[in-house]
Design a protein around this ligand. Structure first.
Ligand code: SF4
Ligand code: SF4
Length: 300
């Protein structure tokens, strides 16, 4: 089973949920944790992994031989991303826009384009509290996060219970993290901003056909609009984490709730029981039968 913990915006407590869920379940389940928030990974602060492997993730950038190039413009015409342009006697490559697809090289009639590897970031892997842990680290200044997320997901153990901490937002990196999951746990706050971002996150998960459960963090700080929205949409609220000074203090010190407040270990274990019992919504507007278990590999 693959569970992606996501949110429409940063700072909602997504990593708190993902890490505590992993820690609570790891004693009885073969957990594997992937921190896909490659621009700002912070699950390691709570899980404190021993990193044993480091792997570079690269894309191939086109390099034009100006002596061979005839300035025919085929490459610029073919590129869907406007990442290569013929300007006067020069062919310019815009590294940030280039997806490294190699099409320009294929269409060049004179073989003027070669490819050079360019590092986007690294994947670090190791063990955290006895279970496999990996996170991606996007290099500073790089705009393309999804290749790192795809690389992280390429390391998924099909036998494991996968917990992915998604990047915040609803852009391509978040989509890459949710795609193929059996369940998206969407973490939000009971505020108008929380509701706005939750709506967007629900739209993404539903467009990918991934069942949804909502977790309200800092419950008590706002109003009931998130709850009313979930009710109207038939989306179950599977957990509420209260707005609590003690919880906030533990978080700020990098301490996991399940390590210091045993009742939270039980709550996260119960949450998983609820999820596997099928108490989550299906794709748009439909709900799974209360006792129907989630199908293995569903939502792909
Ligand atoms: S590799 Fe692909 S994305 Fe990059 S410039 Fe060539 S055609 Fe465009
Ligand atoms: S397709 Fe090749 S020859 Fe034509 S402009 Fe691009 S690099 Fe130059």
């Amino acid at each position: 089973m693959k569970i992606t913990v996501a949110s429409g915006k940063g700072g909602t407590g997504k990593t708190t949920v993902a890490t505590n869920l992993a820690l609570a379940l790891a004693d009885d389940h073969p957990v594997q944790f992937l921190d896909c928030d490659v621009e700002e990974p912070n699950a390691h602060i709570f899980l404190k992994p021993q990193i044993g492997q480091r792997k570079s993730v690269e894309k191939l950038l086109p390099k034009v031989d100006e002596h061979l190039c005839t300035r025919c413009g085929n490459c610029a015409e073919a590129c869907e991303f406007n990442a290569i342009a013929v300007i006067g006697k020069k062919v310019l490559v815009y590294n940030d826009l280039c997806h490294g697809c190699g099409l320009c090289k294929l269409v060049c009639p004179v073989g003027a384009i070669s490819e050079i590897p360019h590092e986007l970031g690294v994947i670090e892997s190791g063990t955290a509290r006895g279970f496999p842990f990996s996170h991606g680290l996007l290099n500073i200044g790089e705009a393309m996060a999804t290749p790192l997320i795809h690389e992280l997901k390429a390391g998924i153990d099909p036998e494991a219970l996968i917990i992915l901490d998604a990047p915040p937002g609803t852009g391509c990196p978040t989509i890459a993290a949710i795609q193929g999951a059996d369940l998206a746990l969407l973490v939000t706050e009971p505020t108008p901003f929380g509701l706005h971002d939750l709506r967007a996150a629900v739209g993404v998960a539903r467009s990918l056909g991934v069942p949804i459960g909502v977790i309200i963090n800092r419950d008590g700080i706002g109003d009931d609009r998130v709850e009313r929205y979930c009710e109207e949409e038939g989306i179950p609220i599977v957990l509420k984490i209260p707005f609590d000074r003690e919880i906030a203090q533990f978080y700020s010190r990098g301490v996991s709730l399940v390590d210091v407040l045993p009742e939270w270990r039980e709550r996260f274990i119960s949450l998983y029981g609820m999820l596997t019992a099928g108490l989550v919504s299906d794709i748009p507007g439909e709900r799974r039968a209360q006792n129907a278990p989630l199908q293995e590999g569903g939502g792909k």
